[in-house]
Ligand binder design. Structure first.
Ligand SMILES: C[S@@+](CC[C@H](N)C(=O)[O-])C[C@H]1O[C@@H](n2cnc3c(N)ncnc32)[C@H](O)[C@@H]1O
Length: 270
């Protein structure tokens, strides 16, 4: 058995965990993609979508298949390598959502509790407001923000241990919640040529309170609502989905011909 180590600050979703995520944990990306495709279908023109923490490209693949343009950014080179195979029509970059310049767009999304990850050491509790402000500034009128985040209560009772397995992998996740922090100790085994390789990662997440996220989004001039889950996705404890919108008609919508203002009827006014 080979042993590897990945994890800690700045080093999440190495090759093996990226494979496991892609093989068994795309349910949030799939459900969010279905919702975004539905929301964007109302537009007359294809949309430009920026996906922060795009992972292995599940959402990007569905959005590009629906005719939209996607820029996906992820801190993990292994995730981006998978995404390039899954979503070849998307523009994909290795980078942090804390630094990436968000171009003018019709939607910004961050699925899978992405914006809570502390992999980039700069991502503390206050960084969320900065990322949301950059996303809001990039949104065209009628533009959408769709994201989900882990919040307090994500690990009921404060501690949990969970096992999952697929045809060529097995994973144990020991989670501990304390205050506004969630720590996941991940041990995984991946089979390659008859041998199992063991890898470990540690993920530290900030837990964001629903009221704080809604206040931040609304303070940026967006309308915002939250729900417990994407339609069709399971409800996870402490997990929240946020949908926000910049007011205004989406670009390209045919404007209704306005009636000329009625002139006073001269005959009647005299
Ligand atoms: C749970 S995965 C979700 C991936 C994808 N959105 C999905 O739903 O399938 C979290 C992702 O966030 C990425 N990530 C974590 N911190 C990041 C950062 N600072 N900048 C960009 N991506 C980051 C990880 O590399 C990983 O791909």
């Amino acid at each position: 058995m080979a042993t590897g180590r990945a994890g800690g600050s700045g080093d999440v979703y190495g090759e093996d965990l990226a494979h496991v995520h892609d093989a068994g944990f795309l349910f949030l990306a799939d459900a969010a993609a279905a919702e975004l495709v539905r929301l964007l279908a109302r537009r007359p023109e294809p949309a430009r979508v920026v996906e922060l923490g795009c992972g292995s490209g599940a959402l990007a693949a569905r959005l590009t298949a629906a005719g939209h343009e996607v820029l996906g950014v992820d801190a993990s080179p292994a995730m981006i390598a998978l995404a390039r195979r899954r979503a070849p029509a998307a523009e994909l970059r290795v980078g942090s959502f804390l630094d990436v310049e968000i171009p003018p767009c019709d939607a910004v999304c961050a699925i899978g509790e992405v914006l809570g990850y502390g992999a980039d050491g700069g991502n503390g509790p206050d960084a969320l407001a900065v990322v949301l402000a950059r996303a809001a500034a990039a949104l065209r009128p009628g533009g959408i923000v769709l994201l989900d985040l882990a919040g307090p209560g994500r690990v009921p009772g404060g501690r949990s241990s969970r096992r999952d397995a697929g045809p060529d992998w097995a994973v144990i996740v020991d989670a501990r919640e304390s205050g506004r922090r969630l720590r996941r100790q991940i041990t995984l085994f991946r089979e390659r040529d008859g041998c199992y390789r063991r890898t470990e990662e540690v993920h530290e997440l900030t837990l964001h309170r629903r009221a704080d996220v809604l206040t931040a989004l609304r303070g940026l001039g967006l309308t915002a609502v939250s729900r417990r889950a994407y339609p069709g996705a399971p409800t996870l404890p402490g997990h929240r989905v946020y949908r926000a919108r910049r007011p205004g008609p989406p670009a390209g919508r045919p404007t209704r011909a306005r009636r000329p203002a009625r002139r006073p009827d001269r005959a009647g006014s005299e």
